[in-house]
Design a protein around this ligand. Structure first.
Ligand SMILES: N[C@@H](CCC(=O)N[C@@H](CS)C(=O)NCC(=O)O)C(=O)O
Length: 203
């Protein structure tokens, strides 16, 4: 059975969501962030040198990195969630799968960390806020008329972009980006997403 090493309040929720959408049997091993540092507990370091979540165990192998996990699960159990390799949409799929961790998380994390510095970070703020706006605007613009990324129904890119989209709304950017807000509403209304939330511990 697939095992998910799941950290509370983390990117790992999207892996639980994907597993629920695919109707697969899986086991969740839960880890709690340290109340003071917000970091993962050392038990995750025993599994992998980075000690981060998500990680899954599938077919005798430990896999880290959300996008790699999503690709591996789709290849094994959900090929309909990824466009055909010869289709033009496959290139968009690749762009968005990489964008979700490789691009938009940079200003999100800079905003989080510099937020702890108060006034000392003031000179950096215009640049960070500008990058957040351009990345969220891109995510809003890339939504198709169907309300999805890449395909006209759920796809792997929707799963990956659900995390930064949720962050955008939590940061109060929903009014600026109504299509992104509608995407997050649609996700929250999915029974599979609610089941994932419950299995992950509710946060
Ligand atoms: N690029 C990685 C990022 C993994 C990551 O940073 N996970 C966070 C949770 S959102 C984590 O484990 N943080 C706890 C820590 O760094 O101690 C991925 O997509 O899986």
């Amino acid at each position: 059975m697939i095992k998910v090493h799941h950290l509370n309040r983390s990117r790992s929720l999207r892996i639980l969501w994907l597993l629920e959408e695919l109707g697969l049997d899986y086991e969740v091993i839960r880890y709690e962030r340290d109340a003071k540092t917000n970091l993962a507990p050392p038990e995750l370091l025993a599994l992998h040198p980075l000690g981060k979540s998500p990680m899954i165990e599938m077919d005798g192998r430990l896999i880290g990195e959300s996008a790699a996990i999503v690709e591996a699960l789709c290849a094994a159990h959900g090929p309909h969630l990824v466009p055909d390799r010869n289709a033009d949409a496959y290139t968009t799929h690749m762009e968005l799968m990489h964008f979700a961790e490789g691009s938009v998380m940079t200003p999100i994390l800079l905003n989080l960390y510099t937020g702890k510095l108060g006034e000392a970070a003031a000179p950096l703020q215009p640049r960070i806020q500008g990058e957040l706006t351009s990345h969220f605007a891109y995510m809003d613009q890339m939504l198709r008329p169907s309300g999805h990324y890449v395909l006209d129904d759920l796809s792997a890119a929707d799963i990956m972009l659900s995390f930064p989209a949720t962050v955008a709304l939590r940061m109060g950017r929903g009014a600026d980006f109504p299509k992104l807000a509608a995407f997050v509403d649609w996700m929250n209304a999915r029974p599979a997403f609610q089941a994932a939330l419950a299995k992950g511990g509710g946060d």
